[in-house]
Design a protein around this ligand. Sequence first.
Ligand SMILES: [Mn+2]
Length: 309
Amino acid sequence: MFTFLKKILQRNRINKPQPTDVQLNQAAASVDDAPAPSPPLVYDVTASFLSDVGCQRQINEDSGRYITPADPALLSDKGMLFVVADGMGGHSGGEIASRLAVEVIPRTYYQTSGDVQEALQKAILEANHAIFDEAFKDRTLYGMGTTCTALVLKDGKAFAAHVGDSRLYLVRNDDIYLLTEDHSAVMQMVRRGLLNLQQARHHPDKNIILRALGSHATVEITTWKQPLPVRLGDQFLLCSDGLYDLVEDAEIKNILVANEPHTACEKLIALAKQRGGHDNITVGIVSLEAKNADEPKPLRETREAEVWQ
Ligand SMILES: [Mn+2]
């Protein structure tokens, strides 16, 4: 395993002592010692996204979406995009903010040529503007915002960007790794040594986030300086806090390892609801499998996340 990758994964491995100041973009600082994959990694991607209102809320303010361009040239140029957004704000603000995020980010991303990470960053900034402008036009929506966690898979590499407390995990070789660090008040207290991770999990302020898309004219986006090389068998999970508040990382891992993506999404949501489902729950699972050369899979159409209740 490449040294830099080992460092990322060890630093972010769940159930190991975790440094609380993990910045994946720093951990992934050098790929100089990484040989080019030869032959290139060939894989099929199976993805499933489900979003559920939960047991206590009246409306679902989460949104999730994944896109595999039907145009082979666009797929080759920009890869596949996966995004989860968890909206907040009065009236229907949260719902509108998260929906705008999952509309504007893919549209802008696929219209922006060039570097993947730059295009992703531009797309998220564009979503920030769109949400902020919408709130400016309709004062009942003032202050609405959304989290955003986005993943791109292209040429055997994963690129990510996030704002807020939605998360990206990786399940690899029967381990689970948290690849994002929540932009939340409790995680800041953990970094400062005021709370441990277990206390943070149950803290009354655990839902206070420090950054959101659309609530201000500008936003600071966390991205990786280097992409993460993927492996066959890797499974990525994007989720809103409605899942990880109620389901432990080890449980998430066990469900992903034992089930294909759609079933795993259903089981994760069912488990969160069984435990109270106090928030909306959105889960997206992206699984990289060996390509079956005899049965080429048709390219998938763009699909909205399904609502499963
Ligand atoms: Mn939430």
